[in-house]
Design a protein around this ligand. Structure first.
Ligand code: PLP
Length: 364
């Protein structure tokens, strides 16, 4: 039997009565955009992240972009983020007219390297945007210390880190504000696009609320220029149901990640788990110098794998106008050639995890 990377259908089947009822109540109320289901989810997710405010949006990218705008970051400003991430970490910065400045990642955990941040700071730098990649928090004490020293904002890209912790504190509560994505494949996934901005800053939350809805605070009074980036009622309903299950799902992810580590230690290189926190285990990423052949071998055994990500941000065609080039972020570039994400989802069985391990071992 093939082992899919994710099995969203199996997850739906496991919670179908609850999800169907929640979606039906949105249909019955016709609260299609924002509305009570979104408001309830905003309260529940803020409490989950241990922050005061959550603003429901239509994507994680919107959460990043609107937070940057709420902090009045724009043209002339620079924001430091990491070359090893999904494109949107930098893309959101560009969308609002600011300039992304990249730093390389650490080799052992693929996360932003705090030692490279200070030399990237200029008099135009306004914020640092670390990414909790693969579910593990970036080294926030080191990053926040640099930010304080240089009076910079810190906005977490927590799009892969729902439920992760850092020194006992939840991802989303570790800096000025944070962005979450609820794209279907994330640890907390909607049935379409959705995202949220979280913060303890009431004024910033209020501004993101205006920005998501044409800059309106009062109906048909537009204080500022805004966008159409609200969360749908149906997504709020689905997310409200799924949030109650997420900790149990994350526990399963943790179990399976531990199984992978034990079975594959010495066979392939796994990403280092830092002792400063608990990963949300969004992805289980291994490294192999023969990555492409390994991926082909696994495909032939029916094991679906994905590369997160094959082309680093600084080498993307959309950024060909930047002064970035090959060789500039060597750790990120090396990882892009060696990394491979193995199937990891709460819907897998332990037997399937062991099958994946056997398939990897058969190659090595
Ligand atoms: C998924 C993701 C995003 C963007 O989320 P969307 O909801 O697709 O806009 C941003 N950053 C990272 C690291 C992500 O994984």
């Amino acid at each position: 039997m093939p082992i899919p990377f994710l099995n969203l259908q199996a997850q739906y089947q496991s919670i179908k009565p609850e999800v169907d009822a929640a979606m039906q109540s949105v249909l019955d109320s016709s609260a299609y955009v924002l509305g009570p289901a979104v408001e309830k989810f905003e309260r529940d997710f803020a409490a989950y992240c241990d922050v005061d405010h959550c603003v429901g949006l239509n994507s994680g990218t919107a959460a990043l972009a609107l937070l940057l705008q709420a902090y009045e970051i724009g043209a002339e400003d620079e924001v430091i983020t990491v070359a090893n991430s999904f494109f949107a970490s930098a893309g959101a910065i560009s969308q609002i007219g600011a300039t992304p400045v990249l730093v390389d990642c650490r080799e052992d955990d693929a996360l932003m390297n705090p030692n490279l941040i200070e030399s990237a700071i200029t008099n135009r730098t306004k914020a640092i945007l670390p990414v909790h990649l693969y579910g593990q928090c970036a080294d926030m004490d080191a990053i926040n210390t640099i930010a304080r020293k240089h009076s910079l904002l810190v906005i977490e890209d927590a799009c892969q880190a729902h439920g992760a912790t850092y020194n006992g504190k939840k991802a989303g509560s570790l800096a000025n504000a944070a962005a979450f994505s609820f794209y279907p494949g994330k640890n907390l996934g909607a049935y379409g696009d959705a995202g949220a901005a979280v913060t303890n800053d009431a004024a910033i939350a209020d501004k993101v609320r205006a920005l998501r809805e044409h800059g309106m605070r009062k109906k048909y009074l537009h204080d500022i220029m805004g966008w159409t980036e609200r969360m749908d009622g149906l997504q709020g309903a689905v997310l409200g149901v799924k949030l109650k299950h997420m900790d149990a799902w994350n526990t399963k992810r943790k179990e399976y990640a531990a199984l992978y580590r034990t079975a594959l230690g010495g066979v392939v290189t796994c990403m280092t788990e830092q002792t400063y926190g608990e990963s949300a285990n969004h992805l289980f990423v291994i490294r192999s110098p023969k990555r492409d052949a390994l991926q082909e071998h696994l495909t032939s055994k029916g094991v679906q794998t994905i590369i997160h990500y094959p082309i680093p941000i600084h080498l993307q065609p959309a950024y060909k106008n930047m002064s970035w080039g090959k060789g500039q972020f060597p750790v990120t570039e090396k990882l892009a050639e060696e990394i491979l994400s193995l199937p990891l989802s709460p819907e897998m069985t332990e037997g399937q995890v062991m099958e994946v391990c056997e398939a990897v071992k058969a190659f090595s």
